[in-house]
Ligand binder design. Structure first.
Ligand SMILES: Cc1cc2nc3c(=O)[nH]c(=O)nc-3n(C[C@H](O)[C@H](O)[C@H](O)COP(=O)(O)OP(=O)(O)OC[C@H]3O[C@@H](n4cnc5c(N)ncnc54)[C@H](O)[C@@H]3O)c2cc1C
Length: 409
C-alpha cells in the first residue's frame, strides 16, 4: 500500500526531510485545506495569503452597508498547528521546478501545492474600472459606504449583476439607504433555480424595498454617469458592479491550463491537468464538464473542495488512490436584507422543489450558515468536523447530466 506513497517516491525518510506542502490563498478553500492538512500529517506546511485577516467574503455586502464585521485572524486560526504563515502574494509558480515566488522575494519549493486563490468580480466590461465600484474586498466595501453616504436624496443607484452578490447587495443597501432610488440590472430573468412561489416572494420583496428590477439587459459599457446597454442608456449617480466572478490569473500567467474564467482545469480528484503536483480548490477550480452544471463558485463549494483536496493529498502521502469529489447542494440561501431571506430546498441534482423558507426565519437560517463557515474552521482545528457535517446525500456523485442553470437568486 505504501510503496507508491509520496514518502516512498521521494525517499523523505532516507533524506531526513519532511514533504513540504504549500497552500496559496487563505480564503474558504485554502483555510479548510490547510487546517485539515495540518492536523493529519507530519508534512511541513506553509500558507501564503496577502492579509492576516480572514476575509468573510460572503459578508462583504453587509460591510458595504456600514456594518462592522467581526475580525478573525489567520494566525489565530492556525495557532498551535505548526503551519508557517507568509503574509505575501504568490507572484509566480514555476510548476516544472515546483517553486512558488512570493511578493516578499521568498522562493518556496514544494512537493505538493494547494492552489486556492479564489476569484474576483469580473470587471472586463469597458468603463467598469473607471466609473463603477465593485465589491472586491473590505476596502472597496468601505468606499461604497462612503460614496452612498455622500449621495443626495433620491439619487439613482444601479446595481449591475443578478447573481447572488448583486441580489444580496441591493437588498442590504436599499434597506440601509431607503432615501435613494435603487435599480437591480440583470442579464437573465429570475426564472430558474427557484420554485415559482419562491420567485414570487423574491419579486414581492424587491417591490417592498422599492427596488426596480430590470432584466434582459446586457451592459456594453459604463460611462461616467450612465450605462450603455442594448436597450439604450441608463443614467446613474452611482454604479455598483456585481457581475460574474473570474478566477485569479496567476495560474494562467504561470502557464497552467485554465478555462475562459481563468479557473485551473482539474480532474475529478482536483489535481491540475497540467501539473498533478498541484491540487486546486474553491473558485479557482474547474472540474470536468460533467460537474459544471451542478457546482458554482461559492463558499458552499469552496469549503468541501478545500477539505477534499486536502484528503486526497493526505491519501497520497499514505499511498492511497485519490478519490473523485462527490458533492451537491441541499439548499440555496439568499439574504434579502437583515430581516428577510429565502432558503430554497433543492433535489440532489440541484433542481428546486416546491419547499422553501422565507422571511425572518430564512434570514436567521442564512445568518447561522454564514456563522457556520467560520465555526467550521474553528472546529476543524480540533477534529475532522466537515466530514461529520456534510449530509450523506451530499456525498453522492451526480450521475446524470442536466442543463446549466442561469444565475440564481
Ligand atoms: C457579497 C458576496 C456574497 C456572497 N455570498 C455567498 C453565499 O451566500 N454563499 C456562497 O456559497 N458564496 C457566496 N459568495 C461567494 C464566495 O464568497 C466565494 O465563492 C468564496 O469566497 C470562494 O472561496 P475561495 O476560498 O475559493 O476564495 P476566496 O474566499 O476569494 O479566497 C481567496 C484567497 O486567496 C487570496 N489570494 C488571491 N490572490 C492571491 C495571491 N496571488 N497570492 C496569495 N493569496 C492570494 C485572497 O486574498 C483570499 O484570501 C459571496 C460573494 C460575495 C462577494
Amino acid at each position: 500500500m505504501t510503496n507508491n506513497s509520496l514518502f516512498e517516491q521521494n525517499n523523505f525518510k532516507q533524506n531526513n526531510r519532511r514533504p513540504r506542502i504549500v497552500v496559496i490563498g487563505g480564503g474558504y478553500a485554502g483555510m479548510s485545506s490547510v487546517l485539515r492538512l495540518a492536523r493529519n500529517s507530519q508534512a511541513e506546511i506553509h500558507l501564503v495569503n496577502p492579509q492576516e485577516r480572514f476575509v468573510e467574503r460572503i459578508r462583504l455586502h453587509e460591510a458595504a452597508s456600514g456594518r462592522n464585521l467581526r475580525t478573525f485572524m489567520i494566525p489565530t486560526l492556525l495557532r498551535g498547528k505548526g503551519v508557517i504563515f507568509h503574509q505575501a502574494w504568490a507572484t509566480h509558480i514555476d510548476w516544472r521546478a515546483r517553486q512558488v515566488t512570493l511578493s516578499d522575494g521568498t522562493t518556496l519549493g514544494y512537493d505538493r501545492l494547494v492552489y486556492s486563490l479564489g476569484s474576483q468580480i469580473d470587471r472586463t466590461t469597458p468603463g467598469v474600472r473607471d466609473h463603477a465600484l465593485a465589491l472586491e474586498d473590505l476596502r472597496a466595501a468601505t468606499q461604497i459606504t462612503a460614496s452612498l453616504d455622500a449621495l443626495p436624496l433620491a439619487s439613482e443607484v444601479l446595481v449591475v449583476g443578478g447573481g447572488l452578490t448583486g441580489t444580496e447587495l441591493v437588498f442590504e443597501l436599499a434597506e440601509r439607504y431607503p432615501h435613494l432610488r435603487w435599480t437591480l440590472v440583470a442579464r437573465e430573468a429570475y426564472d430558474r433555480g427557484y420554485a415559482p412561489a419562491a420567485r414570487e416572494y423574491f419579486l414581492a420583496g424587491l417591490a417592498r424595498r422599492g427596488i426596480t428590477l430590470r432584466t434582459g439587459i446586457t451592459v456594453q459599457a459604463v460611462e461616467a454617469d450612465h450605462l450603455v446597454t442594448q436597450v439604450g442608456n441608463m443614467p446613474f449617480a452611482l454604479c455598483l458592479w456585481a457581475g460574474s466572478f473570474r478566477a485569479a490569473t496567476l495560474g494562467r500567467e504561470s502557464g497552467l491550463a485554465v478555462n475562459e474564467k481563468d479557473q485551473l482545469l482539474v480532474d475529478e480528484t482536483m489535481r491540475s491537468l497540467t501539473s498533478p503536483e498541484i491540487f486546486v480548490a474553491g473558485d479557482s477550480a474547474a472540474l470536468p464538464a460533467s460537474y459544471q452544471p451542478y457546482l458554482v463558485m461559492g463558499c458552499k463549494t469552496a469549503m468541501p473542495m478545500g477539505v477534499h483536496a486536502a484528503e486526497n493529498l493526505l491519501g497520497e502521502l499514505r499511498g492511497e488512490a485519490p478519490q473523485p469529489l462527490r458533492y451537491t447542494y441541499m439548499v440555496t440561501c439568499v439574504s434579502l436584507g437583515r430581516h428577510d431571506g429565502l432558503i430554497q430546498v433543492l433535489q440532489p441534482d440541484g433542481e428546486p422543489v416546491s419547499k422553501f423558507l422565507s422571511g425572518r426565519s430564512a434570514a436567521w437560517v442564512k445568518e447561522i450558515i454564514c456563522r457556520f463557515t467560520v465555526i467550521t474552521l474553528q472546529l476543524e482545528r480540533h477534529f475532522n468536523f466537515y466530514d461529520w457535517f456534510i449530509p450523506a446525500r451530499s456525498q453522492e456523485r451526480i450521475q446524470e447530466q442536466r442543463p446549466a442553470h442561469g444565475h440564481g437568486l
